[in-house]
Design a protein around this ligand. Structure first.
Ligand code: AKG
Ligand code: FE2
Length: 372
């Protein structure tokens, strides 16, 4: 099918809200573990891009901390001096990539913008791709994924100080993938053992692992290529508004191996990503992440630091954020991880899918609704 420009997918409707065409020539991805078929990426969302990155004048340069924010730590002082641009820096296990140069007379494409290395704070090693996807692509992807993916509002019980407590996850979550000891047959979707290539024993997992659907798989492959790391899990968070959050934690589970590389892509409304050192309280760092940014967390970032997305007030939520009009305060975060052991699969499906009902985005009411 010939490529169509993004604009051809919008009708000249009287409504100011653009309507995204979900048309793709490919049939939707299906699997017995999916609650409904998941559409394939429309051609307008082709990820690899030669399009120059547009500069949105309404948006502040979010590489720097919002000056309205209280900064008691002095954490961002001299960041411009200490953060380096690292064209073609190699992450662990990274495949060699052709070197790219930026033509000074032409705005760079998203693939030509080198990430910034945040390595000047003790035990912290992050590559910040600002942006990873250009704004219009991140917008289309946000609208597409919010509409097409199944989401959950997981509740679980844990013992806190010896008392059984019910925890309600304060955001929507979704998940695809399986750990390294198993894989899905690319055509039948059957779960196979990595070593023997035979079907996995039925008691290997208590959950039903889900293969990555085409629309997310395209993204997984693209992120793997640009970050030089491999990932077998895709975890998706949807923060509906400033009330949704994730509290301080680190993704340092044993099943991810030592010093895991985790890529984290932001789509939609800007939210602050807060970090603090586990044992040196004065050490903190804040990324105000706009749509299209990606953080590649590496080395001791998980073992030594915590991160969170705090709740925020609705007034602070839209200030200076031009995505507010199309994201309506919503934000999708996608993390790409590599789990080495069976325990990763059990853990991730338990906490990101759970056993509750499925939600799906509804364009009419403009919110997630329970699927009957
Ligand atoms: O939403 C984010 O940027 C962070 C999500 C996160 O930390 C996680 O899912 O483990
Ligand atoms: Fe995390």
């Amino acid at each position: 099918m010939p490529k169509r420009p993004i604009t051809s997918y919008f009708t000249a409707a009287p409504s100011k809200k653009p309507k995204l065409s979900l048309h793709s020539d490919l049939p939707p991805s299906t699997h017995p573990s999916y609650p409904f078929p998941i559409a394939c990426l429309p051609p307008s969302l082709e990820l690899s891009s030669t399009k120059p990155v547009e500069k949105d004048n309404n948006e502040k340069d979010t590489n720097e901390k919002d000056t309205n924010e209280k900064d008691t730590s002095g954490e961002n002082a001299n960041e411009k001096d200490t953060n380096e641009k690292v064209p073609n820096e190699k992450a662990p296990n990274e495949a060699p990539e052709a070197s790219k140069t930026t033509n000074a007379t032409k705005p760079p494409t998203q693939e030509e913008i080198p990430p910034t290395a945040i390595t000047h704070k003790q035990d912290l090693s992050i590559l910040h791709y600002h942006p990873f996807l250009h704004t219009s692509l991140s917008k289309e992807l946000f609208l597409f994924l919010r509409k097409q993916l199944p989401f959950y509002r997981v509740e679980y019980r844990i013992a806190r100080a010896g008392v059984e407590t019910n925890v309600k996850t304060p955001r929507y979550t979704s998940l695809f993938g399986v750990d390294a000891i198993s894989y899905f047959h690319p055509h039948s979707g059957e779960l196979l053992d990595t070593k023997s290539k035979h079907p996995v024993p039925p008691d290997r997992y208590r959950c039903s692992p889900r293969p990555v659907p085409q629309c997310v798989e395209m993204l997984r492959q693209y992120v793997a290529k640009r970050t030089g790391c491999s990932y077998n899990f895709v975890l998706i968070n949807y923060y509906a508004d400033g009330n949704d959050s994730i509290s301080y934690h680190s993704d340092d589970e044993r099943f991810l191996g030592e010093n895991p590389a985790i890529a984290s892509l932001s789509l939609g409304s800007r939210r602050d990503f807060l970090m603090k050192h586990k044992t040196v309280p004065a050490l903190t760092h804040t990324f105000p992440l706009p749509s299209g940014d990606l953080l590649l967390m590496r080395s001791t970032t998980q073992s030594k630091w915590l991160h969170s997305i705090p709740k925020r007030s609705s007034s602070s939520s839209t200030a200076g954020d031009s995505t507010a009009s199309w994201a309506g305060g919503g934000r999708i975060n996608i993390t790409f991880r590599n789990a080495l052991e069976r325990g990763g699969t059990e853990n991730y499906y338990c906490y990101n899918i759970g056993s509750g009902p499925v939600y799906r985005w509804d364009d009419v009411s403009g919110k997630m609704v329970l699927k009957a």
